[in-house]
Ligand binder design. Structure first.
Ligand code: AMP
Ligand code: GLY
Length: 410
């Protein structure tokens, strides 16, 4: 029987814990540092994600069979390198392989070298270089600060002034020198393709659709994601096959050829453009909130899928054919400043699955971060799933929270 330790504290980790817990071969699930909303399926361990020594000690003392990492930060700090050197079983990319996510310029270099389709781009290093580039490359155009920004360092500028403002914000004083990717605007239908990867082996999961903008009808700033559904009817199997043939398998192969093999969940943020499927970004981990709508559909025991990957046996994934749809409730003000610690009333009346993205507990649950809850329902049609979720959300009394009203509704 397996004992699983999940690293992280959001809705993705709550969905991971719920999924691992369902497996007949999982005895116990721990989450570090977790949040109090996960106590329904896991034991919460108060160890921060970057305290590798404490995580090693805990894993040894509790005979952990598998460590699974949710967020990007510990991966890019080398949690896989450090824990595996101690003989602790962990599935995820090394810090070097996680650069596919942590460095936009590394990802672009590899994609260009191996002919993997992506938006044309340039990298600039200071304000005057950036403004000069913008003066000859008009909007629509996309500005991306390098480094881990959880989708929030990206400005999709539809007007020249928005691009200029973004550059002024990044290079807030003349002394700032840091790489910024400026890239071609891609138009089309966006989708997320996540796969279990080890070296050249790429086992695709079903696809999901995220909604990155904060407000209804894709208005407002980019966020970590305000809602998702899976599968995605507007993307055909032919398009998914193209994404696997031109992007997902080639990038895994490229990493092997670079001497930097990728092991773990690889997330392709993809755009179906009129010129074919193009890469927007790679993430070195499960997406959030995509995981909250994907894992409830996974019919295989998750621990067995991961052990198959580790042992070079190709797992055959099976997904529930129904649609899963999730809507995120976020603190008003997110992705900018917001107030925390206000009470959330009515959660006990909810029949839907509620994944806690960021709650604390004091006389009931309170909002403790930007994204707070993800309410998920499944149904035979997307419309029905959306209807169920939005009906359930009405039972929550929390005026400090907001959500989009158009997830899965055209
Ligand atoms: P990223 O962090 O690179 O995923 O960017 C966040 C979001 O910005 C993406 O999910 C897209 O919705 C949007 N975006 C990023 N790059 C582009 C692009 N080249 N063209 C159009 N939209 C983009
Ligand atoms: N939902 C997008 C991400 O996890 O980066």
């Amino acid at each position: 029987m397996n004992r699983i330790l999940i690293i992280g504290s959001g809705g993705r980790e709550h969905a991971l814990a719920t999924c691992f817990k369902k497996s007949p071969t999982v005895e116990k699930v721990y989450v570090a540092p977790g949040n109090p909303g996960m106590a329904d399926v896991a034991e919460i361990i108060p160890i921060p994600t970057d305290d590798f020594n404490a995580l090693i000690e805990f894993s040894k003392a509790n005979q952990i069979s598998l460590v699974f990492v949710g967020p990007e930060a510990p991966l890019s700090k080398g949690i896989v390198d450090v824990l595996s050197a101690q003989g602790i079983p962990i599935y995820g990319p090394t810090a070097s392989a996680a650069r596919l996510e942590s460095s936009k310029s590394y990802a672009k270099t590899i994609m260009n070298k191996y002919g993997i389709p992506t938006a044309q781009h340039t990298t600039v290093y200071n304000k005057s270089e950036a403004l000069k580039y913008l003066s000859v490359n008009p909007a629509p155009i996309v500005i991306k600060a390098d480094g881990l920004m959880a989708g929030k360092g990206v400005t999709v500028a539809m007007k020249d002034q928005e691009a200029i403002d973004a550059i002024h914000e990044i290079y807030h004083d003349e002394s700032v020198v840091s790489p910024v990717v400026i890239e071609e605007y891609l138009e089309g239908e966006e989708f997320s393709l996540m796969a279990f990867v080890k070296g050249k082996t790429v086992i695709a999961m079903d696809i999901a659709r995220d909604h990155k903008r904060a407000y209804d009808f894709d208005q407002g700033p980019n966020t970590g994601g305000m809602g998702a559904y899976s599968p995605v009817p507007q993307i055909s199997q032919i398009q998914i096959d193209e994404a696997m043939d031109k992007i997902m398998r080639p990038i895994a192969q490229a990493m092997v050829l670079e001497g930097n093999p990728f092991e773990g969940v690889l997330y392709g943020g993809l755009m179906a453009t009129k010129d074919g499927i193009k890469t927007i970004e790679f993430n070195a981990r499960f997406g959030d909130p995509e995981t909250e709508v994907l894992l409830p559909r996974l019919l295989n025991p998750l621990d067995q899928v991961i052990f198959d990957m580790i042992n070079d046996k190709k797992p055959q994934l099976k997904f529930d054919p129904r649609f899963a749809l999730g809507v995120v409730l976020a603190s008003k003000g997110y992705p900018r400043t917001f107030e925390k610690d206000q009470q959330i009333i009515g959660l006990e009346h909810i029949e839907a699955q509620v994944y806690h993205m960021g709650t604390s507990y004091q006389d009931g649950f309170r909002n403790a971060s930007g994204r707070v809850l993800c309410v998920v329902e499944m149904a035979l049609t997307l419309q029905e799933a959306a209807q169920k979720v939005y009906t359930e959300i009405l039972k929550i009394d929390a005026p400090q929270l907001f959500y989009r009203h158009d997830i899965g509704i055209k």
